[in-house]
Design a protein around this ligand. Structure first.
Ligand SMILES: NC(=O)c1ccc[n+]([C@@H]2O[C@H](COP(=O)([O-])OP(=O)(O)OC[C@H]3O[C@@H](n4cnc5c(N)ncnc54)[C@H](OP(=O)(O)O)[C@@H]3O)[C@@H](O)[C@H]2O)c1
Length: 256
């Protein structure tokens, strides 16, 4: 639905690749001015080029979401350039080391939780502050995962971070609902991105994982982007504190 984000300003973290990149471009096509955040500069600029090629307007701000000062600066630069923040997709994340808990390191726990959970908390903090200042509501979507709803042997830290994102989403939604700020989460199963390739790219693992998707394939980044666009649009105006599962049937039950 072209133009439904016309006049809106959106932040997309982790917009340098995968799901965030497609969402940033889709937001721009829907009329939003889009601020793309991530650590990789060349990839960030590439997303901005795609936005401009689609007739949109965007800005890349190099940001590590695990650092408070950088997230605060991201929101500040967005306001300096475009005057406000109406929409945010807090999507940046890493998979962390895949190993049993007994072999996981404290460093990996801190790094994964720092980006996936503290990063979302920091984004919420500064985005909500700005939205409250504006006084005209807003819409935020946090990236969780089906790993926020189920356990995953070998990915306990990742899983814990995504469970945490759902707790943050519900709590933040309760704090902001009366101010017209809607906060939801999205829970994808396996989506074809660099992260999925790293985790599930080996032929045996891929076959096993495909078998857990009754639809018979992995998801595409744009399929998640479409759901996020809807959650950030007026069409989802009564939705807050919820998570939307986008999983090709993964959560419906074991494939018999
Ligand atoms: N693919 C899946 O199967 C799947 C399923 C469920 C949920 N998810 C979630 O979807 C999100 C996006 O992942 P993806 O699949 O699109 O993988 P991806 O292509 O690897 O994208 C990850 C994004 O996160 C950014 N990022 C990582 N650490 C960051 C940091 N410290 N500060 C700022 N940005 C950071 C990366 O940018 P830089 O490297 O430039 O910083 C990149 O843009 C993640 O939160 C992931 O957990 C993915």
């Amino acid at each position: 639905m072209a133009g439904e984000l016309q006049g809106k300003v959106a932040i997309v973290t982790g917009g340098t690749s995968g799901i965030g990149k497609d969402t940033a471009v889709l937001f721009a096509k829907a009329g939003a001015k889009v601020v793309v955040a991530g650590r990789r500069e060349a990839e960030g600029k590439e997303t901005i080029e795609l936005i401009r090629a689609a007739g949109g307007d965007g800005l890349f701000v190099k940001t590590d979401v695990a650092r408070a000062a950088e997230v605060q600066a991201l929101v500040k630069k967005t306001v300096e350039k475009y005057g406000r923040v109406d929409i945010a997709f807090n999507n940046a994340g890493i998979e962390g080391a895949a190993s049993p808990i007994t072999e996981q390191s404290e460093e990996d726990w801190d790094r994964t939780m720092g980006i996936n959970l503290k990063g979302v908390w920091l984004c919420l903090k500064y985005e909500i502050q700005q939205m409250l200042k504006q006084g005209s509501g807003g819409a935020i979507v946090n990236m969780a995962s089906v790993a926020g709803l189920l356990g995953a042997a070998g990915l306990a830290t990742y899983c814990s971070s995504k469970h945490g994102v759902l707790g943050l989403t519900k709590s933040a939604a309760l704090e902001t609902a009366s101010s017209g700020i809607r906060i939801n989460a999205v829970c994808p199963a396996v989506i074809q991105t660099a992260m999925a390739e790293r985790l599930f790219g080996a032929p045996e693992v891929e076959k096993h994982m495909l078998g857990m998707h009754p639809i018979g394939r992995f998801g595409r980044p744009m399929e998640i982007a479409e759901a996020v666009l809807w959650m950030c649009s007026e069409r989802a105006s009564f939705m807050t504190g919820q998570s939307l599962v986008m999983d090709g049937g993964f959560m419906a039950g074991p494939v018999m």
